[in-house]
Design a protein around this ligand. Structure first.
Ligand code: GDP
Ligand code: MG
Length: 230
């Protein structure tokens, strides 16, 4: 399994890039910085509480525009990308501006997806602005967390919340040396039996009812000091 992917979604100007930079500076060790398609940082690898993960700024993928008509469409695309790819979605909204219609639209899409979402209310620059976060309960995405990317406030809490949604440790035993093997074939040709034979134990359900193995199953095993995922 690859590192958990955290996608940052939100309208232009809510502070996504500032949040990225803040996380970088706060360190959390940056392992890698893959150049993206815009001047913004798009992907980076990070670590928090010994959990490695990759962050993606879906806003960095946007086509540069000042035309407000295309924003909702763009955000929908970002949200869909995040839903498809990410383990956790950070939905960033603007605590100074409050809820705008595009926020509601994206919230609906994210809520329907069932993906873990952390609702991040940015631009809460001081304690007395904290009441601004309450209106965001109306988005129906659970407890909003107020941060200030600019003033580096509450980023630790945000990351704590984020890593809580990661798959359990131990499911992430992959590294670059792991060899991934896919077993494919028509139903009932013996894929599961072959898998079990390789593993030497009954890990995969075998039955002569075609199609019993409904999901692809990642099974980890080590042989001659080599790591495999079958
Ligand atoms: P993005 O379009 O979502 O990536 O937003 P940017 O990170 O480029 O930030 C947009 C604007 O919001 C910039 O002028 C930032 O300085 C400002 N900004 C970002 N974070 C904060 C914050 O925590 N507080 C305040 N007051 N302004 C912020
Ligand atoms: Mg940006």
């Amino acid at each position: 399994m690859a590192k958990p992917l955290v996608a940052v979604v939100g309208r232009p100007n809510v502070g996504k890039s500032t949040l990225f930079n803040a996380i970088v500076n706060k360190r959390i060790s940056i392992v890698e910085d893959i150049p993206g398609v815009t001047r913004d940082r798009i992907y980076f690898d990070a670590e928090w509480l010994n959990r490695e993960f990759t962050m993606i700024d879906t806003g960095g993928i946007e086509f540069i525009t000042d035309n407000s008509h295309v924003i909702p469409k763009m955000m929908r695309l970002q949200a869909e990308l995040a839903i498809e790819e990410a383990d956790v979605i950070l939905f960033v909204v603007d605590g100074k501006q409050g809820i705008v219609p595009a926020d509601e639209e994206v919230a609906n899409i994210l809520r329907a997806s069932g993906k873990p979402v952390v609702l991040v209310v940015n631009k809460i620059d001081s304690v007395n602005q904290e009441p601004n976060i309450y209106e965001f309960y109306n988005l129906g995405l659970g407890d909003p967390i107020g941060i200030s990317a600019k003033n580096l406030m509450n980023l630790g809490d945000l990351l704590d919340d984020t890593v809580k949604h990661f798959p359990p440790v131990g499911t992430n035993v992959d590294d670059e040396d792991t060899i991934h093997v896919a077993v494919i074939g028509r139903p009932n040709v013996g894929k599961s039996s072959l898998t079990n034979a390789l593993l030497g134990q009954d890990r995969v359900i075998v039955s002569d009812v075609a199609g019993t193995t409904r999901d692809s199953i990642d099974t980890y095993w080590t042989q001659k000091k080599k790591k495999f995922v079958l």
